[in-house]
Every structure is written in C-alpha cells, then in structure tokens.
Design a protein around this ligand. Structure first.
Ligand SMILES: *Cc1c(COP(=O)(O)O)cnc(C)c1O
Length: 395
C-alpha cells in the first residue's frame, strides 16, 4: 500500500467515463447486452453492479489489501454466506460470547440442520484446541466481544488451528472484526482466512445503511463466496453500496474521535466507579488496564474501539440508568456518530434465551455505552446526571 490507511480510505477509485468526482449510483437491476452473442460487463444486479464493484474494490483495499471483497445486505448476511462453505459432516467451533445474531444463526444450523457447533471460551487457546478435530471446517472468532469484552489471542488460536488435524479439512479461521474496523486490527495479519464485518456499524457510521463486508486472500475462496452471493441473492443493492461508499470516506476521523471520546468516558467511569452506591462497579473496556486480556488486546490491535460496558451487579439500578441518560439514546447497535446506551440482555442479546445466557455467564446487569463524536465533556455530564438521578451518586 502506497499511502497510509487514512489516506486510502478517502481515495475511492472508479472509472466513470464522465469523470464524476463521486462514484455514480447505477440504480439499475438489469443491463442491456450489446448483442445476442455478446455480453457486457454486467447483466443483472444480483450477479454484479458497477456501484457494488466500486465499493468492493475499495473495501478490498482498506481490508488489508485483500485479494477480493464482497458487499452483502448485512453483517448477518455475511456470516450466512460464510456458513454456506460448511459441507456435510463439517463442524464449527465458535466463541461462547458471540454477537447475539451470530449465536442465533449457529443455533439454527445446529438444531435444524444437524451441524455440530462447539461453543467454547475462545479467550483460552486450550479450549479451542480441545474442540478441534479432523472435521472442523470453521473456527469463528470475535475479539473483543461485546458487551463482555472477552479478548481472543487470534494469532495463538490461528496457529493452533493450522497445526491441528483440522488443517486436513481446509479449516477456515473466520474473524468478525466489526468492533475494531480495519483501522485498529488487520485479521489477515493475525492469521484469519476470512475477515468480515457488519458495515452497519463503524464503516457506514451513520446508521442509515445495513450492510456486511467479507474479505479473503485466496482465489478459490473468492470464487466460492461469489458463487454463494449470486446464488442466494444477498449482494448489497446499489443505493446501499453508494451510501456505504459515502460513509466509509469519513471512517478515519469518526473512529479517531470516537476512540478519544471513549477513552475520556472510560477514565471518568474508572474515577467515579468506586463512589457509586452499587453492589459492585465493574468497568469493561479494552483501554482499561484492569480488563482480563488487556495485554493480548494491546499486542494484537492498534486501537481500543468506542464501546464501553460496565456492571453494577444490580439489574434494577442498571435498568433505571439506561432510562436516565439524555444524550445517550436507548438503542441497539453501535458505530454511528451518535452516542447510545443499552441493556444488552433485554436488547441486542435478547435473542439468546435466558437459560443459555445464564449457562454462558452472560451478566444481566451489564450496561453498554456506544460512544459517538459529540463533545466528551457533554457525554460525561450526561452520565453524571444519570447517576445522580438514579440515586447512586451523592456528590
Ligand atoms: C451488528 C453485528 C453483527 C451483525 O451485523 P448486522 O449488520 O446487524 O447484520 C455481527 N457481528 C457483530 C460484532 C455486530 O456488532
């Protein structure tokens, strides 16, 4: 790569014949053939569209100069495409603390389609090793997870996977890098075969598009994924591609400001935590040195992200807090320019049933903050007033 990533992110290359400064939107489902026996570059948008091609080339460039990248209708669409690489008899190893929707899709594969799925604590290499065997086809990793912020040593897990007997089964290390973005982590450098993200989050950055992106470094995988996307029809529609191209250009400044704000908010929480009248205050943030896995995160990434969570160990207090902020709106998702607050067990992770949450040790009282680009002090003031309103801060 000739330029730094920040520069590459802004430089969207396209080949418009009229030299438009912005890549044109080809809002067309079909394309005319030059003749009966002559094909143009495109025929049908499910199979390919110039706006999608521009986006996919751009995304490949910023996702570690990937061999190929693909844009699909959502992050879950991306995981569904990847799961279609599972063949009869293949097994999956996945984290026990995945994004709720990912967990739901894997549960469907396991209960309805007979796929063996091992959910293990991927923050421990030995747990992954125990589940590996000659049938393992996919090892699905997410680091950090949220809201629990489990950290996976992706290079160590990848190395263990490649050295195991699973390597005879074309095992694929698949990394969901949504929380880190291409700016803070390069899963290919950590040993991933497939890197995907929910582009609905930071890549888009404005919560106005649902999209997912998938990147690979080898031609066979690229062909297989291209085939699946054409077959199942989950390629991203032209307008979504155009909006995502527009959103991505500001990823650098947005993510930098969001991370700075997150560090400020986390510092405040670290300070105020011991003063709060709650059973136990527990901060979870990759930039907080008290987080288990902090060193691994620091070694394998170059950023802290902009999602923070904390526990009060009192679900009623957590519920009141979520209702008490003003700037932090109650919403699922993250990565947009606005700050959000949520109670994951009732929102993003409600698709995991309460019993499974309990079995996997998912805390019901955990509060998640998703930090936007507002003024950091305003965000801190909003939290402080919510703590007072909730009656857990007396100063
Ligand atoms: C949101 C999210 C997804 C799913 O993406 P959608 O675009 O909502 O389908 C997958 N993984 C992580 C980590 C996410 O945050």
């Amino acid at each position: 790569m000739a330029y730094s990533l920040e520069t590459e992110i802004v430089a969207v290359e396209h080949d418009d014949q009229k030299h438009a400064s912005v890549a044109p939107l080809y809002q067309s489902a079909t394309f005319y053939q030059p003749g009966l026996n002559q094909m143009g570059d495109y025929d049908y948008t499910r199979s390919g569209n110039p706006t999608r091609s521009t986006l996919e080339r751009h995304v490949a460039k910023i996702m570690g100069n990937a061999h190929a990248a693909f844009a699909v209708t959502s992050g879950m669409g991306a995981l569904d495409v990847i799961c279609r690489l599972i063949r009869l008899g293949d097994e999956v190893i996945a984290g026990d603390d995945l994004y709720g929707g990912s967990s739901r899709l894997l549960t469907y594969l396991r209960t309805q389609q007979g796929v063996t799925v091992h959910h293990v604590d991927t923050s421990k290499v030995s747990e992954v090793q125990k589940a590996l065997n000659k049938h393992t086809r996919i090892v699905l990793l997410e680091s950090p997870t949220n809201p629990a912020f489990k950290i996976c040593d992706i290079p160590a897990v990848s190395a263990a996977v490649k050295q195991s007997e699973a390597s005879q089964n074309d095992v694929l290390v698949v990394v969901d890098n949504t929380m880190m973005t291409p700016l803070a982590a390069n899963p290919f450098e950590l040993g991933a075969d497939i890197w995907y993200e929910s582009a609905t989050k930071y890549l888009c950055g404005h919560h106005d598009v649902m999209a997912g992106v998938i990147a690979v470094q080898n031609e066979q995988l690229a062909q297989d994924i291209k085939f699946v996307i054409n077959a199942n029809g989950c390629g991203l529609a032209p307008f979504g591609c155009w909006l995502l191209l527009r959103g991505i250009k500001t990823l650098g400044v947005r993510f930098e400001k969001q991370q700075q704000n997150a560090v400020e908010v986390a510092k405040y929480l670290e300070l105020v935590g011991p003063e709060l009248q709650v059973p136990q205050f527990e901060l979870k943030f990759p930039g907080f040195s008290g987080l288990p896995g902090y060193e691994v995160h620091k070694r394998t990434t170059s950023g802290v992200g902009a999602v923070i969570s904390f526990r009060t160990h009192d679900i009623a207090i957590s519920e009141r807090l979520v209702d008490a902020t003003k700037l932090f709106k109650i919403s699922v998702s993250f990565g947009s320019v606005n700050s959000l607050i949520s109670l994951p067990c009732k929102m993003s992770h409600a698709s995991i049933d309460a019993q499974t949450r309990a079995e996997r040790g998912f805390p019901e009282d955990i509060v998640r903050l998703c930090i936007g680009i507002e003024n950091a002090q305003d965000l801190i003031d909003d939290l402080e007033s919510a703590f007072r309103k909730t009656g857990i801060l007396s100063r």
